[in-house]
Design a protein around this ligand. Structure first.
Ligand SMILES: N[C@@H]1[C@@H](O)[C@H](O)[C@@H](COP(=O)(O)O)O[C@@H]1O
Length: 267
């Protein structure tokens, strides 16, 4: 996996947004895997601005969201459907009929999960999958001990995740304890994975993902087996890595190579 260390969260969002912008400019009918949470927020703002400047269009794109709480009505302010409408879909030219969020209120969630998987396949698979990471190394709602080849399914949230997400709910308001999430096997089939993490609270999860063994105890570590994963972190989230300078050196060399190839192609 490629690890890119940026000075701050703004740099992380810019690097990630550039990857999505390149993807959409290269393939306007891209299938986008999208995520929620506080980390993607700034990246979405940059993509909205780029769309509004006419640099990119979502008009032919299709999107599939990573996860959703179960038993929250879509209009609930904390549903991921609502998050996506508020923080991205309402501000870009994507066709609402081509956006998909896991069906947290399905009457038959099991068959709805299978339908979700089939819809992703029918769209041609995901071209670029955005991820955040939980403090315990979860991706989507694939909590520790998740099967590393799992598919879209109902998952129970750990106490840690429920506690971490409590900040978004009113005091005493009942919180969802179940979710529907793309599986790790589903995520691993994306052609490109872009994982963003910022802040010291993610440092141990990033270390376990990048340097630790591939283990269901850190679901994100499965990405060590993915052929095209870019991990973009700020200095704080990189703070537990054994040798951050190693990744800074590799990225500098990578950028120099890209510049040389670009100059040659324009010669
Ligand atoms: N299901 C979501 C994940 O998809 C997200 O990556 C994680 C971290 O969110 P944040 O970016 O707010 O730290 O929170 C939730 O658990």
């Amino acid at each position: 996996m490629k690890v890119v260390i940026k000075e701050d969260a703004a740099g992380v969002a810019r690097y990630g947004a550039d990857l999505f912008r390149d993807q959409l400019q290269r393939k306007p009918d891209s299938v986008l895997g999208l995520a929620t949470g506080s980390t993607p927020f700034s990246l979405y703002r940059l993509l909205i601005e780029s769309n509004q400047r006419g640099e990119i269009s979502f008009a032919r794109a299709t999107s599939f969201n990573l996860d959703e709480y179960m038993d929250l009505p879509p209009e609930h302010p904390q549903s991921y459907w609502h998050f996506m409408q508020k923080h991205l879909f309402a501000h870009i030219d994507i066709d609402p009929a081509r956006t998909h969020v896991p069906p947290g209120n399905a009457v038959d969630p099991i068959s709805a999960c299978n339908d979700y998987e089939r819809a992703i396949q029918a769209a041609g698979g995901i071209d670029i999958q955005l991820l955040g990471i939980g403090r315990n190394g979860h991706i989507g709602f694939n909590e520790p001990t998740s099967c590393l080849t799992s598919r879209t399914r109902v998952k129970t949230l750990t106490r840690e995740t429920i506690d971490d997400n409590a900040r978004f709910f009113a005091a005493g308001e009942p919180q969802p304890h179940l979710s529907i999430t793309m599986g790790i096997g589903t995520i691993m089939e994306a052609r490109l994975v872009v994982l963003l993490a910022t802040g010291e609270s993610k440092a141990s999860a990033i270390k376990a993902m990048v340097e630790g063994p591939v283990s269901a105890w850190c679901p994100a570590s499965a990405l060590q087996m993915h052929p095209a994963t870019v991990v973009i972190v700020d200095r704080a989230a990189a703070g537990a890595l054994s040798d951050p300078d190693f990744f800074l050196h590799i990225e500098a060399e990578n950028q120099a190579l890209l510049a040389r190839l670009k100059a040659r192609s324009h010669a």
